[in-house]
Design a protein around this ligand. Sequence first.
Ligand SMILES: [Zn+2]
Length: 309
Amino acid sequence: MTVSRRGVLRGAAVAAVGAAGTAAGVRAATADEPAAATQREPVELTWWGNHAWQIRSGESVVLTDPWLTRFVTGTYTPEGADETTRIVSKPSVIDKYVTKADAILVHHGHYDHLPDVPYVARRTKATVLGNETHLNLLRAMRAPGDQLTQVVGGEYLPFKGFTVEVFRSLHSCGGERHQFAFPGTRPAVVPPKPRTIADLVEGGTLAYVLTIGGLRILSLSTAGFDPVALKDLEVDVVLAAPGGEPGVTDRLLKTIKPVPLVIATHWDDFDKPLDEPAEDWGGLAKLQASVLATGAEFRKVEHLESITL
Ligand SMILES: [Zn+2]
């Protein structure tokens, strides 16, 4: 397509609500639907490495898996992650970046997603969405209990300024036995306080569609996905992670309706500092090829870079 990205996105946003756009690209709301559901406003996405995104439109701010402390784990070395690595969360690092949040979307329980959520939640008073295991792990790490909202997939949750749809998802896996690190769940009771990265089990994986500023963003924290949950989903943007089983991203992009823009997530070696340029752990080229093969635009942003859509 030769139209600008703005045009593509605007067209997709209009298509997503099922009607032709006006000259301004914004469809007038009819009497029985709220104007907020159809108007396009600028949406700013800022990447804090791994799957930590700040997504802002107007006064609304939503964070995905806000993990900013980053400690050395060995994850992307030939030896793999040292499972005795202690979990640390550093307010002095987090405070440099996190200023405000209305909601925090927890995608799974692993050490590169969860450890900073308790502090960020306490500081921002944001509502934290996660499944039973994620929330039990967060309780064990002293997250504020009254801000935790349990979800399983299937929810449609309107907030002031944005909506969140929750979907069942799957963690990516690999190798001859199709495994991933630290599987397991922590249902029913709050476990002992997690001390090492092995204590933060995956706990099930969720995907989210955030609709903010009229833009529909599918947020995936790993290359895995549930093909039943996402069948024929219509969104404007996908945050997609490299890795996983061969062809998994090709299958994802065939499962959902054609999407105009895919932004790479979780592609950096998170043992390296956030305030230096992101280092590709080796999955980016394959992800890009899968995206470009569908005719979608592929973008990667740098550590701490913001883009406005
Ligand atoms: Zn993970």
